[in-house]
Design a protein around this ligand. Sequence first.
Ligand code: ZN
Length: 336
Amino acid sequence: MTTLSRRQFNALTLSTATLAALGPAAGLFARRRADAPSTLFEWRETVGGAKVAFGEGGNALLVMSRGQSMLIDCKHPGLGATLRREAEAYGSPLSMVVNTHHHGDHSGGNSAFTKDVPLVAHARAKPRIIAQTEEMLGRSQRVLQGLEGGDKPASKQVIDEVKAFIDSVAGIKGEDFAPTRLIDQRMEADKFGELEVHFHHIGAGHTDNDLVVYFPSLNLVHMGDLLFHRNYPFIDLSAGATTMGWQESLREVIKFCDDQTVVIPGHGEITDVNGLAAQIEFFNKIREVVKHAKDVESMTKEEVMKLTPGAFEGYGLEQIRPRTLGAVYDEMVGTR
Ligand SMILES: [Zn+2]
């Protein structure tokens, strides 16, 4: 995890409202590819030739089959065109795009796809995505600043793509970001190329509209933000998050995984079923920490938010730790 510069950290902490709408926006400035600047995202191959795009938002997954490709998650606003160009450079045009949930670091690039590619999301994601449109448009300016600044500015092509998005903002409406195929069942199966794909919505967890996307024949699953692998998780109580529900979702996913399953988190490194179990355990431990602080040490919420639990040493997204602790406190005392 790249450490944020003071300027970047300040930029992130200036607007908590923006952060609340975007989720863990700290990923915004994370990890620019250092060795080969020919792509903005760091594309890493995984099982079955699928590729994971790291950096500039939640982890995206590109799966290819029979000359078509499917993309799961769309990065920050302004980056849709770049993401699409880099994904399709692998040779297969996109025939399906998915949002694992509405947060802007997973759906911000949507408008680059919705006109000609079916975009799948949970039914409850749609109104939330439309409601955050103005925020997304404003946010793209900050994405551009992030790409232009720093030690390794993005390529001219990427900068031009983001600027073109910003120039077109006046003509972009909420509907341009909106998913066009809505999932409202606990599990829906579909076919993509020769692959079967399962969309699971087990219940509210990270938000009220989380989708888990599973490819049984590849034994590959994208968890969206139900997994912040070895990172402090963003618990979006305002969007219906519940850590108990979150754990339940993880337990249900573990049931269809085995020890070979490749697990893609929304944030963090590629992992396996142990990463899912560790996320369940994270919530058990952090509840213990907060309960002890509150009931035994009589700490206020503000004091709890300043804790640095030793059990999570080395966890990334350290800058959202206070909010993680605060959300667990709020959940415990019943104020949400
Ligand atoms: Zn999220």
